[in-house]
Structure formats: structure tokens, C-alpha cells
Design a binder for this molecule. Structure first.
Ligand code: SF4
Length: 416
């Protein structure tokens, strides 16, 4: 927010803008035939936009508004504190904080699948390794099994096989973000953002929305999505049916056309102090860090709150044990003897893998941040070191530009 843009917002603008929201909402309710006694549910993320949304909803509809936040277990402590206390500033009902808990039964199912799947050889169906037959991970008497024991030594773990190592971590850890990554065998990525889906969207639906709808209620979710944040967000309709239950569930984006300056002006108008992380220099709040966050944020978080870096490092060490690919590739690059010894072949033309050798990866980590800075599978420390360096070059900037739009693409405004 620039000082100039903040300066042109005067209190009367805000009250007019809030009145516009009320009038538009009334029109939408009529147009979509939403009953007057519907439930108003604010998706709260503890960021500036959802704080604004909760404040407006309460200003117009008072105590009939409910706000709900999904705690991913990868949040900054200050964010959770803010969510638990924001009602004191707004004068509203407290925010209901929900969390996806992964059960022992879910892990037990995953263990069964891993036991069955990892015992057998596996033919890779896609990508550079298509057609390559990968070895069983439950043998220590094979060339691969022997080579993997060196991996175990390097990692400082004592297991006979990769399968044993995986089974040791496939139990609820007490942290939902880590549990999700363990069950998926990897951290979330741009194209596989199971964190948002499972830890935010699905849990709010399961824990709050579905029980209301099952009781015959109609629910309108208010979200702090703003068009300015990305082209994807700009394309959302301000009011629409929600495909998950189109007759009972609707989405309303009250501040869709607002700027960031408007949002901070509203805070000022209502005397609301935003999440303190903004005052400490954060551009966005929420997961600390988001797996998709940019280079600058990685460097800033590492400098300000190194304890989160330590936590992610510990997670990486566990998640790599749950990844079949990391086990295979941890043995891959330096000595392909295990592959030759196994007679690893391509499907079809029986071609030996020798021709593939230059492409064989060597992976030690299921990296929290995914590939960065030209590194295929860096760990948190390597990413932080890279983030501390100057500009990452043109390639990085292109990646960053695409991330900036994708990170903010949730319709529900749950990932800032
Ligand atoms: S903020 Fe990032 S890490 Fe957190 S749930 Fe959203 S996409 Fe996942």
C-alpha cells in the first residue's frame, strides 16, 4: 500500500463501500432466491482481506455471522493467536478454528498399500524413466538393497530396508501438515496442492458446512477474494452457487473489487489492528511458510523466524522416508551398478538403461519447497541459502511470476 493511495481513502468512502456491499448482497439474495434466514459463514484466514470481510459481515448482520478458520498446523503462532482474539476487536462471535486430523486408521490403510506396492518391482509409466523397471524396496539381499544401506548410513538411520524405514514414519505425528505430506509421500506442489484442498477447503466443508446443510440450512460463504490479486481470482463471479451443493451453498465475494489500500483503510475506519505479521514485514500471512512462497519470503522468514526453518527440516527428514521415488533416486547417480546388476530394461525394445545414465537423478530429499534455483531436489537449508543470494535470474523471475498468480487462486480466499 502506498501512502498516496492510502491518503485518498477517507472514512466516508468506506462507509459508502460497505453500504454498497449490503445493497448488492440484498439484490443477490433476491436473484438467487436465498431464504432470509440463511447462515452467513465467513472464511477466515487471519489475513487482511478475511479480517475485512469478517468486520463488514458483522457490521451489517451482527451476531448471526459465523467465522471459521482452518488451522493447517503450518501457521505462524501469531496467526493462530490473532484468529483466536480477533472477535475482541470486531465485537463479533469468536472465530471457530477447525483442523483436519489424520487418524491411525488412515495411516494403517496407507501402510497396507505401501507394504503391498513397495514389495514388487515397478515399471515407470511416465516421464524420462518411462519403461524403466524399478527394484523392490523390501529386500536387503539385492544389489539395490545393499546400495540402499549406504543411503541409510548417510541419513543416520538404522533399517534393513527402505520399506522398513517408510513404515516407521507412517503413523500420526501430531501435526496435520506433516501427516498430509507423509500420507502423500511428498510435500504439496503447485500442481498438487493437497494442503489447500484437504487442510483448508475440505475440513471446513466437513466440519462446518455439511452438518448445516444436512440440517436443511442454506449457507452463504463470504470470502475476502479480491480481483486485484490474480487473473484467476478476477474471473470469479461476485455471487454464485457453489458446485458442491448448488441448491444450499453459495459464495459471496463482498470486497472483490476492493484494492489493498481500501482494505487497510477499512481496518483504520473500524479501528482494527491487522495481523501483527504485516507490521513485522510479511507481505502475506498464513502458512509459515507456504510451500509455494517466493524467494524473498523464504529469505525473510529464515532471518526472522529460524525456528520454522528448523521445523521444515525435521519434516523433510521424515517425508523422504515415505517417498518411494526418493529411496530409488537416493541410490541413483553415482553408481548405476545396482541397475545394471538387476538387468534394468526399457519396455518394448529391451534396451538396457545404460543410455539413460546421464539423466539419472540423485535425490536425497522430498524438499519442502520443491525445485528451486536450478536445483532438482534441494532441502530447506539449500533453498534458504539460495534465497539469501541476489536476484535469482530471469528463469527464477518467470517461475515466480507464475507462482504469484497461482498461489492466490483459491475461490475461497483461504491461501493468501
Ligand atoms: S498457504 Fe501454501 S502451504 Fe499453506 S495451505 Fe495454502 S498453498 Fe498450502
Amino acid at each position: 500500500m502506498s501512502n498516496e493511495s492510502a491518503a485518498i481513502i477517507v472514512p466516508t468512502d468506506i462507509s459508502l463501500m460497505v453500504r454498497e456491499i449490503k445493497a448488492a448482497y440484498t439484490r443477490y439474495l433476491r436473484e438467487f432466491r436465498v431464504p432470509d434466514d440463511h447462515i452467513i459463514l465467513v472464511n477466515f484466514s487471519a489475513g487482511k482481506d478475511s479480517t475485512t470481510t469478517a468486520t463488514i459481515a458483522h457490521h451489517i448482520f451482527g451476531d448471526r455471522v459465523r467465522s471459521v478458520m482452518a488451522d493447517t498446523d503450518n501457521e505462524h503462532d501469531l496467526t493462530i493467536d490473532f484468529a483466536r482474539n480477533i472477535h475482541l476487536q470486531i465485537g463479533s462471535n469468536p472465530v471457530e478454528v477447525v483442523k483436519r486430523i489424520y487418524t491411525e486408521a488412515e495411516f494403517s490403510k496407507r501402510r497396507e498399500r505401501v507394504i503391498a506396492g513397495w514389495k514388487t518391482k515397478q515399471t515407470i509409466r511416465l516421464g524420462a524413466y518411462r519403461g524403466v523397471v524399478m527394484p523392490s524396496l523390501d529386500r536387503s539381499d539385492t544389489k539395490f538393497g545393499q546400495a540402499w544401506l549406504k543411503t541409510a548410513e548417510r541419513w543416520g538411520i538404522e533399517f534393513e530396508t527402505a520399506l522398513d524405514a517408510a513404515l516407521s514414519v507412517l503413523h500420526p505425528s501430531g501435526n496435520s501438515f506433516l501427516d498430509a505430506a507423509l500420507l502423500h509421500g511428498q510435500f504439496p506442489q503447485l500442481r498438487n496442492r493437497f494442503c489447500t484442498d484437504e487442510l483448508k477447503i475440505q475440513i471446513v466443508y466437513d466440519a462446518v458446512i455439511k452438518p448445516l446443510i444436512d440440517d436443511g440450512e442454506v449457507v452463504v460463504q463470504w470470502s475476502g477474494v479480491r480481483a486485484q490479486e490474480s487473473t484467476k481470482r478476477a474471473a470469479y463471479k461476485r455471487f454464485d452457487k457453489d458446485n458442491r451443493d448448488p441448491d444450499f451453498l453459495y459464495n459471496f465475494l463482498p470486497i472483490h473489487q476492493w484494492t489493498a489500500a481500501d482494505v487497510f483503510a477499512l481496518h483504520k475506519y473500524f479501528g482494527i489492528k491487522p495481523n501483527p505479521l504485516y507490521l513485522q514485514g510479511a507481505d502475506r500471512v498464513g502458512c509459515m511458510n507456504c510451500v509455494l512462497c517466493n524467494k524473498q519470503e523464504i529469505a525473510e522468514t529464515a532471518a526472522r523466524w529460524p525456528e520454522y526453518q528448523e521445523r521444515h527440516k525435521e519434516w523433510e527428514q521424515k517425508v523422504r522416508l515415505a517417498s518411494r521415488w526418493v529411496h530409488w533416486m537416493s541410490v541413483g547417480t553415482f553408481d548405476q551398478a545396482w541397475m545394471r546388476a538387476m538387468g534394468v530394461k526399457r519396455l518394448g525394445n529391451e534396451k538396457q538403461i545404460y543410455g539413460l545414465e546421464p539423466d539419472i537423478q540423485h535425490i536425497e530429499w522430498s524438499g519442502f519447497y520443491g525445485p528451486r534455483g536450478g536445483m532438482g531436489s534441494p532441502n530447506v537449508d539449500e533453498v534458504v541459502e539460495w534465497a539469501k543470494t541476489g536476484r535469482g535470474g530471469k528463469v527464477y523471475d518467470l517461475v515466480k511470476a507464475s507462482l504469484d498468480t497461482e498461489v492466490c487462486s483459491s475461490r475461497y480466499g483461504l491461501c493468501e
